[in-house]
Design a protein around this ligand. Structure first.
Ligand code: NAP
Length: 327
């Protein structure tokens, strides 16, 4: 559906899944007249131009942001400080800077000090994604029906926050405002910890497979290979999908949400130990009560229409959903 442009020119720093999806959605709906883009490498910039979700490609952030009304940081969060420093010479007065980063307090910490006083920072996090990355992975529907959390600071200009709210609403998101620290705690448990668990369990399974293969070879038994892949039809299959998420992006998320992740990891470990104990002592009622409670949580997620479609990387994930994109 074509709408009136929200702004004349937008600049995207980073042209992967998030940057390309936003560009596709903005262009599809006629919400912007010109999308300028930059990425670290020339092949990515060339691919973005070839696909057509950007109108101009630029070698540096400073060139990309020239004349932009809105700049969206769509690179891994660990790059934001350097990117903000690099783009500063090109920023026009009154520009709005926003981002899609999965952590928020660190973004404010790294970006705000690098901006000129005339720029407005409206940190944001669309809670939507897939485990795929790169310029070819984006699609315009990614944000439809998904939450986008904005974490303006007390000093953020209200009009700038409204402009970014309008942008996300226009591409189909439901916008919520939140304090950055609160965002980081909530996302630590709904997104960051699940990823850590997936990375751990898949790594442990792979180590075990190697160990079993060595053991069978030493014993002169038939060597059984790839059992992890062969028998991954159960819950493990979903863990492998999540554990396929971009390593650099997730490295940066853990390093930039250290405090909240460590706090919640402590709580998680206590609960895991309680379940371990229940298994050891045959306390089936404890296990059953716990599993009954968690089943109700799943029902709540489905009722809030956040169970389905595209997102493996962010909290919503449902491999059975008919809307899911093929991997
Ligand atoms: P992606 O597909 O891997 O794309 C990252 C992009 O950033 C690439 O175009 C890359 O360029 C570019 N880039 C990397 N370093 C750069 C630098 N120093 N300067 C300029 N560009 C640089 O990643 P993504 O999944 O779109 O994630 C991007 C951001 O979205 C992250 O901050 C992440 O936390 C957030 N996020 C991700 C998801 C998700 O599910 N994936 C969901 C919500 C939010 P090259 O290709 O040339 O390396």
């Amino acid at each position: 559906m074509t709408q009136k442009p929200l702004f004349n020119r937008i600049a995207l720093i980073g042209l992967g899944l998030l940057g390309s999806s936003l560009a596709h959605a903005l262009k599809r709906d006629g919400l912007v007249n010109h999308v300028a883009g930059t990425a670290r490498s020339k092949p990515t910039r060339d691919k973005a131009l070839e696909i057509g979700f950007i109108d101009s490609a630029h070698e540096t952030p400073a060139e990309a942001v020239i004349d932009a009304d809105v700049v969206v940081l769509c690179s891994p969060v660990g790059t934001y400080g350097d990117v903000a420093r690099a783009m500063r010479p090109g920023l026009k007065d009154g520009v709005i800077i926003t981002d899609v980063g999965s952590v928020k307090a660190a973004v404010i910490r790294d970006v705000l000090p690098e901006l000129p006083g005339s720029a407005h920072l409206v940190p944001g996090h669309p809670v939507a994604g897939t485990e795929n990355s790169g310029p070819e992975s984006g699609f315009a529907e990614l944000f439809e029906g998904r939450y986008c959390i904005l974490t303006p600071t007390p000093g953020t200009n209200a009009k700038a926050t409204q402009t970014i709210t309008d942008m996300w609403t226009s591409v189909g998101s439901i916008v919520e405002l939140m304090d950055a620290k609160h965002h980081d705690r909530v996302l630590a448990i709904t997104s960051h910890l699940p990823h850590l668990i997936a990375y751990t369990i898949v790594g442990t399974a792979s180590d075990l497979e190697e160990h079993l293969m060595k053991e069978s070879a030493q014993n002169g038994d038939m060597v059984r290979t790839a059992e992890v892949i062969k028998f991954s039809a159960g819950g493990f299959r979903d863990f492998t999908r999540i554990a396929a998420s971009d390593p650099v992006m997730w490295r940066d998320i853990f390093l930039n949400n250290r405090e909240a992740v460590l706090e919640l990891l402590g709580r998680f470990t206590e609960d895991l130990t309680a379940l371990q104990r229940a298994i050891r002592w045959g306390e089936g009622d404890i296990l059953e009560d716990w599993f009954t409670r968690t089943r109700a949580v799943r029902r709540g997620v489905v009722e809030m229409r956040q169970a389905g479609s595209f997102s493996a990387v962010e909290p919503q994930s449902d491999p059975e959903s008919p809307n899911r994109k093929p991997l």
